[in-house]
Write a protein that binds this ligand. Structure first.
Ligand code: MG
Length: 319
């Protein structure tokens, strides 16, 4: 039987951000396990490291995680590290230096918005302050009359990248996660019409649901063959495969790193397929990507009550 995939997430416990480890259907306190593990002695990690600390120190690959997990199981520490209570998920990287997104990276989506298919990557930024985690509510701002979902595969940068050629790009990818690139479509259209940047329509608070976790790169040998689906209240709105992306991850790393320096923990979201549609208060939106999981968020008015979020400690409940 194949070994189970180990995934890393961020959560809050007693008011503090911590790193978590998902093994099969179980969630564990990774920050606590690391305090017990002699394998971190030379790494100068803080007492309770975050996911970003681990990525910055290169403590993220599949083999590193498996070695840690074997130690946890052999030393009977796993049971003590198991999270019993409902888990408050945070975005897997809570404070990335950058969130960069690809625009029009699926031909059918470019066509549905009336845009042409690009000849080179179109990228833009979302404010890191727009990040929220799994199960946290998306708030619809009063300034917009139409807010859309956008299901996207995202990758997380594992080490500093500047001028990286496509053939070396995989070395700079720590792993994969899910982003919902929530967009105030009416404001975006008004800005495009006036040749203004897209930034404000992409960067409202709560407009970047991300998670629930990061799957290490080695666990997904080909991220360009994954089914991607978005559901609103259980109804399928977007359904595609990452094989349809126009610019693939190696080209994106080359292109982006030719322009700017990518830092560990930066989140790069690779664009959405066709099927965008508006969100309304009371909706529950789920993005599912094969081999990664399900990112689920309720939708609420800017200051209204939130739909009943269901914190889950059991990944099967996460889908
Ligand atoms: Mg997008």
């Amino acid at each position: 039987m194949a070994e189970e995939t180990l995934k890393i997430f961020s959560f809050r416990r007693a008011g503090k951000e911590r790193a978590g480890l998902c093994v099969g259907s179980q969630l564990f306190d990774l920050s606590w396990l690391l305090c017990e593990w002699p394998g971190t002695e030379d790494l100068e990690l803080p007492d309770f490291p975050t996911v970003l600390h681990l990525i910055e120190r290169g403590c993220f690959g599949r083999e590193w995680l498996r070695e840690l997990w074997r130690f946890a199981c052999d030393g009977s520490l796993a049971e003590s590290a198991r999270l019993q209570e409902p888990v408050e998920f945070l975005p897997p990287i809570t404070r990335p230096q950058k969130i960069l997104c690809l625009g029009r990276n699926y031909a059918a989506h470019a066509q549905e918005t009336g845009a042409t298919v690009p000849e080179e990557p179109i990228f833009f930024a979302k404010a890191p302050s727009s990040l929220i985690g799994h199960e946290q509510p998306i708030r619809l701002p009063a300034l917009s009359k139409r807010v859309d979902h956008e299901a996207e595969l995202a990758f997380v940068i594992g080490k500093r990248a500047k001028g990286v050629p496509a053939e070396k790009a995989w070395d700079y990818v720590a792993g994969y996660t899910i982003v919902n690139d929530v967009t105030a479509r009416d404001l975006q259209k008004a800005d495009i019409d006036k040749a203004r940047p897209w930034f404000r329509s992409k960067s409202f608070d709560t407009f970047c649901p991300c998670g629930p976790w990061i799957v290490p790169r080695e666990e997904i040998p080909n991220p360009h063959s994954l089914n991607i689906e978005l559901r609103v209240n259980g109804e399928v709105r977007q359904k595609a495969n990452t094989a349809d992306m126009i610019f693939k991850i190696p080209e994106l790393v080359e292109y982006l790193s030719a322009h700017l320096t990518l830092e560990p923990g930066d989140i790069i979201s690779t664009g959405t397929p066709e099927g965008i549609s508006p969100l309304r208060p009371g909706d529950v939106v789920e993005v599912e990507i094969e081999r990664i999981g399900v990112l689920r968020n309720p939708v609420a008015a800017e200051s209204g009550p939130t739909a009943e979020a269901q914190p889950a400690s059991h990944p099967k409940e996460l889908g």
